[in-house]
Design a protein around this ligand. Structure first.
Ligand SMILES: Cc1cc2nc3c(=O)[nH]c(=O)nc-3n(C[C@H](O)[C@H](O)[C@H](O)COP(=O)(O)OP(=O)(O)OC[C@H]3O[C@@H](n4cnc5c(N)ncnc54)[C@H](O)[C@@H]3O)c2cc1C
Length: 377
């Protein structure tokens, strides 16, 4: 780690401490922390105000011109402090990265500055009832009429749609081909014809269904080429799958479990051994995340390295959630900020069920690693 990266991580830790009083006012955070699907808009705004959103973007878009690797190292600190990050991750790290790379300058100028100020939240409308792992089968259709696309379809599992300002949509612009008939459009969520319905999840938060009925979106809101959307979707997922921020949160959980066992005189050799092994795996997963971020900086094909980072982080979420509730016993199942280790053993245990599904399932990551990383057929 360079001295600049180290300094930024220290500054980020101080900033996170300063947010603690704000976080403690937030009922949702007290229950779920960084695992909440429903985000704290106030924390997102404060992150933007302090210059932490858009770190890897050029200064003219509100960024700091840093590398994605440096941003990833800082995000790990945010995770360690359990900041509610879903708006940050979707709007800046994932969708913002693709907009910066693929959108026309006017759209970039319109969207990146308010994202970096923490004022504009995006959600991601890729999955549909019949298109998840096989995203190339998506059927939400966009018909060109003059200089407007008219979009009709049904998206599902749209995280944070209930609190987002804009939506990032994978749509079908050519019904005669599969992957080469997809485009990406963006529009405000309050555009007429969009209806969002949220529902509670096992993880303790919410997911949404998004219905689109004759939604009019200007051609100028295309991200990338018409029918070139598949590459944009894959690029977006490469950024989404580098999840070092979550690893920061897992490190906090392991430290807190160890501390709790020590103070209650339960830290025997079996427990200490299990925690040590998980710490080793966590370190390996961090290195996979940092390598994937570095590959993205160097514009090397990201998919296999991002998939490795995602797969190892998702499995660790479950292993550490499991270990935390096991080792703490009954108190590990208690939820809420007053419970042992602030209720985060139970929160992680529940939320981690979705970690091997969200952003592409574990099986899909294995396919990506096999095909694009190892060249297997
Ligand atoms: C918490 C959470 C948040 C999410 N947020 C979003 C979001 O914001 N936006 C969004 O667009 N989507 C989101 N999703 C949806 C997610 O991307 C999909 O659930 C995921 O891609 C899997 O798709 P599916 O649910 O249709 O399952 P399916 O694709 O139907 O898969 C079912 C099972 O079959 C397996 N399978 C499928 N194909 C293969 C294959 N070729 N080889 C081996 N096994 C296979 C899968 O691994 C899985 O076990 C979210 C999901 C979760 C759980």
């Amino acid at each position: 780690m360079t001295s600049t990266q180290q300094r930024l991580r220290e500054e980020a830790a101080v900033f996170c401490q300063s947010l603690r009083p704000v976080l403690e006012q937030d009922e949702e955070w007290r229950r779920q922390g960084m695992l909440s699907d429903g985000d704290s808009r106030e924390v997102y705004r404060l992150l933007g105000e302090a210059g932490w959103i858009g770190m890897s973007w050029p200064v003219e878009f509100g960024g700091r011109g840093l590398t994605r690797l440096t941003a990833t190292l800082v995000e790990e600190v945010f995770g360690y402090h359990w900041l509610p990050l879903s708006s940050y991750l979707l709007s800046y790290k994932t969708i913002g990265a693709a907009i910066e790379r693929y959108a026309e300058p006017a759209l970039v100028d319109l969207l990146l500055p308010p994202i970096s100020r923490g004022e504009l939240i995006f959600c991601q409308g890729f999955s549909e009832p019949g298109a998840g792992s096989d995203l190339g089968s998506l059927t939400t259709r966009a018909e060109l009429r003059g200089d407007t696309y008219v979009v009709t379809g049904h998206k599902i599992w749209t995280s944070s749609a209930q609190l987002s300002d804009w939506i990032y949509l994978g749509v079908r612009t050519d019904a005669d081909t599969k992957h080469r008939g997809i485009s990406v459009l963006v529009c405000p969520v309050d555009t007429p014809g969009i209806e969002v319905r949220s529902f509670p999840t096992l993880g303790g938060g919410y997911l949404c269904e998004t219905f689109l009925d004759g939604v009019e979106i200007p051609v100028a809101n295309l991200v990338g080429e018409v029918n070139g959307g598949w590459d944009v979707l894959m690029y977006t997922l490469d950024f989404e799958r580098v999840t070092a921020e979550k690893l920061g949160g897992f490190a906090w959980v392991l430290n807190a479990v160890e501390e709790r066992l020590r103070e209650t005189d339960r830290l025997d050799r079996v427990a200490a051994g299990r925690i040590s092994r998980l710490r080793g795996e966590l370190h390996a997963s961090r290195l996979l995340s940092f390598r994937a971020a570095d590959n993205l900086d160097r514009e090397l094909p990201g998919s296999a390295s991002s998939a490795m980072a995602k797969l190892s982080g998702a499995r660790l979420a479950q292993a550490i959630g499991d270990a935390a509730v096991d080792l703490l016993g009954l108190e590990g199942l208690a939820e809420g900020a007053e419970a042992a280790i602030e209720g985060r053993a139970a929160a992680l245990y529940r939320a981690s069920v979705g970690s091997t599904i969200a952003g592409g399932t574990a099986e899909v990551q294995q396919l990506v690693i096999a095909r694009r990383g190892l060249g297997l057929r």
